[in-house]
Design a binder for this molecule. Structure first.
Ligand code: TNX
Length: 499
């Protein structure tokens, strides 16, 4: 095996004799956004300045059909380092180059006395799946903005190219909406609940909340884009909306009732009503969302919508009838259709959870199949593009084991070995999901996400066959020393044979 472990595994890698050593005289030839990326990713630890010039590191943008949109070639010889690919592909080449260097390159400040040596190698690498994502739920707990940046870095390090930001839920609204300031002023805060903190013993009764300004998110989007990560925002409707209804009670089915931002987990019964004013409200919100997030897809949720309030509502019944629906729960599809039409006017498409499959989703929707693997197949059969996130393989909020030492989790168990064994088939891609009910702190998020997200990243990038768990965990244990340098609070690997 090659001396330095690469995760996700390159499609082809041939070791060659010799080494190339980066030093202060190593020049860099690359178009500007990429030259900056090299300096940002390799500069701080090495202290190298990479003066412009040829004969050192050379990154060349080429249009080579065999490499596709994100593939790259990378050759390290005693004479220098050459990479070729699209701009997107070359970003991944830089990530691979970083993994070819000593792990200390991941330090955020100068590591003195190092020899920045790279063994010679030839790599040709093309991802298997177009969508390789990570969902982060910032609604249940408002994770610090700084951590969102760190998560972007961790995604990019694993060649994951999509960040799905779950921005709204029953327990909190995190996206600043200028037209409706109470969404964050009221909907962004909840009375603290013991849920999720109970076992850690840190419940102190103080309210929890927070939100991100549009400018903060715009900056995050730009930072992520420079690293090859597109951010897809999710505004989850018409269920999971208790925080919004608490801020503006007229959005709900009992406008005279003042709700509270939900303080416990689980699914709220309180959902949006189907009035024109409420549709208008959501389209107003989406107008601000598209202004911040340039990504083609906006995720509109559609999961777990209890129909009880609509069943009891005269206007919902009339709306369903007018839309030709035999049951009120079909209104979930009606909602998606109205909003998809609105977003089409902005040149955007919608993504939805797989519950929509039974509710006539708008054609062209991207379906996130989460309930189980059979829903992945169902979405494909129904002719939709699919991102496979079946919970039994993709839910990083599940505990890895049933050991009593495991921090409290919503469900379990999902060991690394199971995750690594997932074969998504012919889908658009895969995504690891971090729901954060029981993950109130960045440390806990990291504990649950790593190293399982590295396994999922490898499925998304390489989908290696045969799936050799021992080979992977061998490579992974070397990779973990990079996470050590970064200070990631990952879960230690189980002793061999026990995962
Ligand atoms: C189901 S996945 C949910 C989330 C929860 C998650 C917990 C999905 C579309 N809905 O609201 O956080 O389970 O695992």
């Amino acid at each position: 095996m090659y001396a330095r472990p690469i995760v996700p595994k390159p499609i082809t890698l041939s070791a060659r004799d010799g080494v190339f050593t980066l030093d202060d005289s190593t020049p860099l030839l690359a178009p500007e956004p990429l030259a900056d990326l090299v300096r940002e990713l390799i500069g701080p630890a090495t202290g190298l300045r990479f003066a412009p010039g040829s004969g050192g590191i050379e990154l060349e943008v080429v249009d080579d059909g065999a490499l596709g949109a994100e593939g790259y070639r990378l050759a390290v010889s005693p004479d220098g380092i050459r990479a070729a690919g699209t701009e997107a592909g070359l970003r991944w080449a830089v990530q691979t180059l970083r993994q070819l260097l000593p792990v200390e390159v991941y330090a955020d400040k100068l590591v003195p006395g190092m020899r920045w040596e790279v063994s010679c190698v030839e790599i040709v690498d093309v991802p298997r799946y177009e969508w390789r994502g990570g969902l982060l739920d910032v609604a249940r707990w408002c994770h610090p903005l700084k951590f969102l940046y760190r998560y972007v870095d961790l995604l990019a390090m694993h060649k994951l190219n999509r960040m799905h930001l779950h921005l709204t839920d029953d327990q909190g609204w995190r996206f600043e909406v200028r037209k409706y300031p109470k969404l964050t002023e009221v909907g962004g805060w909840r009375r603290e609940s013991a849920a999720g903190h109970a076992r850690e013993g840190r419940f102190d009764g103080t309210p929890h909340g927070g939100w991100y300004s549009q400018q903060e998110l715009r900056d995050l989007v730009g930072y992520a884009a420079r690293r090859g990560v597109s951010i897809m925002p999710e505004i989850d409707v018409p269920g999971h909306m208790e925080a919004a209804i608490s801020a503006y009670p007229w959005l709900g089915n009992y406008p005279s009732r003042q709700l509270e931002v939900r303080t416990s987990w689980g699914i709220s019964q309180h959902i949006l009503n189907v009035d024109d004013a409420t549709v208008r409200f959501v389209t107003d919100v989406l107008d601000e969302v598209v202004d911040v997030f340039p990504f083609e897809y906006i995720h509109l949720g559609g999961d777990e919508v209890p129909p009880d309030e609509w069943l009891a509502s005269e206007s919902a019944r009339r709306r369903a009838e007018a839309a030709g629906l035999s049951r009120v729960d079909g209104l979930v599809g009606w909602w998606a259709g109205r909003l998809a039409e609105h977003l089409a006017g902005h040149g955007r498409r919608i993504a939805v959870w797989d519950e929509l499959l039974d509710r006539n989703p708008p054609p062209g929707s991207l379906v996130f199949a989460w309930q189980d693997a059979s829903r992945v197949a169902a979405a494909q059969e129904a002719g939709f593009r699919v991102v496979a996130v079946p919970q039994e393989y993709a839910y990083l909020d599940w505990a890895e084991s049933n050991s009593p030492d495991e921090p409290l989790a919503i469900r379990g168990t999902l060991p690394l070995s199971t995750m690594y064994g997932y074969r998504p088939g012919d889908v658009l891609g895969v995504q690891g999901q971090v729901w954060s009910e029981y993950l109130p702190t960045p440390d806990l998020v990291e504990y649950r996400a790593f190293p399982r997200l590295a396994a999922f990243a490898e499925i998304g990038w390489a989908a290696p066959e045969p799936r050799d768990l021992a080979e992977f965990t061998g490579r992974l244990s070397g990779h973990l020393s990079r996470l050590d340098v970064l200070g990631v609070r990952y879960r230690r690997l189980d002793p061999a044979g026990q995962s």
